[in-house]
Ligand binder design. Structure first.
Ligand code: AMP
Length: 417
């Protein structure tokens, strides 16, 4: 596998899978350009070496059909501004042969949204999975996907994947395309390298003690990660909405708190496994309960085992926060995924803020801290602490799958595994 830092792009055309799936307002203006900025180190390296760039990305979910509202032409100017040079645009990603051929060193061509073609995702359209003809349609689509990837590959000499956000998908542009390049002509971009390294720090190069903090609303969506982490962590904090499934499983009265009644046995099983594996499982003992799911709720602090009817646990209480801090501050490796409460309401941010502060303190003392997966990133951004932790991942689903221990197709395709 080639390494981007060692590669000389001089005179080469590089096709780069970026994640330019940026949020747009109703007028097509970008509301957050983090993803464009994230790709810049890779793009600048290629241009400064004297290479030409062909950029490809998806935007939204057009489901294999052209949708002008999801056209990447809307971000062309922003990309040009970020790169400090003109950006040409190919309005159809399948007919860009001439435009690609004409590209000179230092020039940039942006392809239209890859997902305007169903071949990008490779899923048959307009046919139900239960239909007897589905398997044949799937097979046919896989063949079409190969042709689609081959056409994209024909535009360039080198393939770079820098889109961590889609690395958990085996799509034409994220994985299949890699088959059409020799091992020395395909590589991960700088952003992808950083993400992969951050996951390795958490799963392989662990410095102890290792504390993982899993929050959010449900235990069911986190079970794969919890199970994989159980073999690795010293301390496992389970907080947020899951707290109440555990409390109920242990016979607690949880009032109107969020609860997965079909996961009570699973909660008890997690507690048993933690004990067997010698993992210190830290569950919230008290909470801030509200009498309605709103920022205007009246609040009271109570035990998670005795929440009155008509009230629901919406944040971690002071005793829980202290217990969380006790295992976060001394930790040397920290993973945080999911808030400790309904942090969207200012009244219920205390638990999540306390976790973020404790992580920052540990990081200052030399810990490696990785924050990732949707809402915990929103949390550290809300508290202005994104620069005070070691790494904030850009990948939601991809990060979570990597932490579950799954091989990401986007990474495997480059590494030839
Ligand atoms: P997830 O997507 O599973 O990581 O869940 C994130 C969501 O969990 C956020 O929108 C939080 O508001 C929500 N959440 C955290 N704690 C609670 C709670 N105690 N009750 C209800 N929702 C919660």
């Amino acid at each position: 596998m080639a390494k981007i830092e060692d590669f000389n792009f001089n005179g080469k055309k590089a096709i780069v899978r970026v994640d330019f799936n940026v949020p747009l307002d109703e007028n097509g203006n970008i509301t957050d350009d983090t993803r464009i900025r994230g790709a810049l180190p890779t793009l600048k390296k290629i241009l400064e070496d004297g290479g030409a760039l062909i950029l490809m990305s998806h935007m939204g979910k057009p489901k294999g059909k052209v949708n002008p509202k999801l056209s990447l032409s809307q971000i062309r100017e922003a990309v040009a501004k970020a790169l400090g040079r003109d950006v040409k645009f190919a309005p159809d990603c399948m007919t860009a042969q001439e435009a690609a051929k004409d590209l000179k060193p230092g020039e940039v061509l942006l392809l239209e949204n890859l997902r305007f073609y169903p071949e990008e995702e490779g899923k048959p359209v307009g046919i139900d999975k239960a239909d007897p003809a589905y398997e044949a349609a799937k097979k046919e689509m896989k063949e079409r996907q190969k042709e689609f990837a081959k056409t994209l590959a024909s535009y360039a000499d080198v393939y770079v994947n820098d889109a961590f956000g889609t690395a958990h998908r085996r799509h034409a542009s994220t994985a299949v395309i890699a088959d059409y390049f020799d091992q020395q002509d395909k590589m991960l971009g700088f952003l992808m390298e950083k993400e992969v390294k951050a996951v390795d720090n958490i799963l392989k190069d662990i410095k102890r003690p290792f504390t993982a903090i899993m929050g959010g609303s449900k235990v069911s969506t986190k079970i794969g990660i919890i199970e994989n982490l159980m073999d690795k962590v010293d301390n496992l904090i389970l907080c947020g909405g899951m707290t109440y499934t555990f409390a109920k499983a242990q016979g607690g009265n949880i009032g109107d708190s969020i609860c997965e009644n079909d996961k009570l046995d699973l909660a008890l099983d997690i507690m048993k496994k933690a004990k067997e594996k010698g993992v210190n499982l830290v569950l919230g003992s008290d909470c801030v309960a509200g009498n309605q799911f709103s920022n205007d709720a009246d609040t009271q602090i109570c035990s998670v085992m005795e929440i009155p009817e008509g009230w629901e646990g919406m944040d971690a209480g002071p005793e829980s926060i202290k217990a969380f801090r006790d295992v976060i501050v001394p930790a040397k490796t920290i993973l945080w995924n999911g808030p400790a409460g309904v942090f969207e309401f200012d009244k219920f941010t205390t638990g999540s803020k306390a976790i973020a502060d404790a992580i920052v303190e540990a990081t200052e003392n030399g810990a490696f801290s990785l924050v990732g997966g949707g809402d915990s990133v929103a949390c550290v951004n809300k508290f202005g602490l994104a620069d005070s932790v070691s790494y904030v991942s850009t990948g939601g689903g991809a990060l979570l799958e990597a932490i579950e221990g799954k091989t990401l197709p986007g990474v495997a395709a480059i590494e030839g595994k």
